[in-house]
Design a protein around this ligand. Structure first.
Ligand code: IPM
Ligand code: MG
Length: 384
């Protein structure tokens, strides 16, 4: 089958990590008989420079017509001083809003190979886990097209006061909750709604909606946690979490925190999905909103062009794309197995290198290109 993928390499390390992701996709295509066509689109700082705005109309229009969007990262110091609507980040928000991808799935898993890169003690990793298990495997489902990011914002006339509104409708809460429950159903069947219901009215509405929606998922355990406590619990007993469903801004913050626990922010992929295509349904490419896939790390301008960026989050984002937008589960698993294999073999970009000498002896520190090459090689071996 032929698939059309919108490619937005973006700024900083974006192009360096998206390149390897497409090489991985192409190898998958060759082996499994799919054709991935790419439409490279302009967004972010590069678009400000070349088209005078962060998200040119034709970028959004073309992206909407594609089956999925794979993105690197946008932003950099060069564009930091412009007004809000000319910042590269505006492209990201415009794409999320424009594509209607309200459910942002951010899995955070501690791979055993990266134990030494995780800053937590053994007893912390064991806490909250049943049956002597250790580590964590959690999924943050972040609401992505509402809340403070999209609510009414502005300044008073004299510019000396400013506001951003945390606004949520019942419908916005219900649909992202359903995404969370759907994800939990094929995991450990636990949903924790994270909010500040002790202070925020919008959070109290989240709880009200959860009380109603949770009735449709009787075999899934529902709990609530305040965001400040959740930030603490993540570094106290991360194993207690399965699926966390939360607002745009809390999800932004907690997913960065969770990423550090996996060893590096350079490891975390993400999928941003709209209404229907969340189960890898094969019909998902027909008529449903286009999914947006991106590593959760930013453009990291300080290491751009140095061949040190970790391409694994982008490669794993490509795996999520295959799974959620195209229903290609076997292909997604092959990519994930290949990533596992290169980590088994000791390949490490600097961000996931061990800090203690004992473990470091068995590791090989590689650059972006070499890491990508290792994944491609492993993929050849992993394919059936
Ligand atoms: C993320 C990023 C973005 C966000 C920024 C770059 C606008 O931090 O995807 O988590 O805040 O959503
Ligand atoms: Mg963030």
């Amino acid at each position: 089958m032929n698939y059309q993928i919108a490619l937005i390499p973006g700024d900083g390390i974006g192009p360096e990590v998206v390149g390897p992701a497409t090489e991985v996709l192409d190898l998958i295509g060759d082996k499994y008989g799919h054709v991935f066509n790419y439409a490279e689109l302009l967004a972010g700082g590069k678009a400000v420079d070349m088209a005078g705005e962060p998200l040119p109309k034709e970028t959004l229009e073309t992206a909407k017509q594609c089956d999925a969007v794979l993105m690197g990262a946008v932003g950099g110091p060069k564009w930091d001083t412009g007004p809000g609507n000319m910042r590269p980040e505006a492209a990201l928000l415009g794409l999320r809003g424009g594509l209607g991808v309200f459910a942002n799935l951010r899995p955070a898993v501690l791979l055993p190979q990266l134990r030494a890169a995780c800053p937590l003690k053994d007893e912390v990793l064991a806490a909250g886990n049943a049956g002597g298990r250790s580590g964590f495997d959690l999924l943050i489902v972040r609401e992505l097209t509402g809340g403070a990011y999209f609510g009414k914002k502005g300044r008073t006339e004299d510019g000396k006061a400013a506001y951003d509104t945390e606004y949520y409708s019942w419908l916005e809460i219900e649909r992202v909750l359903r995404s969370g429950y759907t994800a939990a159903a094929v995991r450990r069947k636990k949903v924790c709604v994270v909010d500040k219901a002790n202070v925020l009215e919008s959070s109290r509405l989240w709880r009200e909606v959860t009380e109603v929606v949770s009735k449709d998922y009787p075999d899934i355990e529902t709990s609530f946690m305040y965001a400040d406590n959740a930030a603490m619990q993540l570094i106290r007993a991360p194993g207690q979490f399965d699926v966390i469903v939360t607002s745009n801004i809390f999800g932004d913050i907690l997913s960065d925190e969770a990423s550090v626990l996996t060893g590096s922010i350079g490891m975390l992929p993400s999928a941003s999905l709209g209404a229907v295509n969340q189960n890898g349904d094969k019909s998902a490419t027909q008529g449903y909103p286009t999914g947006l896939y991106e590593p959760i790390h930013g453009s990291a301008p300080d290491i751009a062009g140095k061949d040190t960026a970790n391409p694994l989050a982008a490669i794993l984002s490509a795996a999520m794309l295959l799974r959620y937008s195209f229903g290609l589960e076997k292909e997604a698993l092959a990519i994930e197995a290949a990533v596992n294999k290169v980590l088994d073999e000791g390949c490490r970009t600097p961000d996931i290198a061990s800090r203690n000498a004992g473990d470091a002896a068995s590791e090989r520190i590689v650059g972006t290109r070499a890491m990508a090459g290792a994944v491609l090689k492993a993929l050849e071996g992993c394919l059936d």
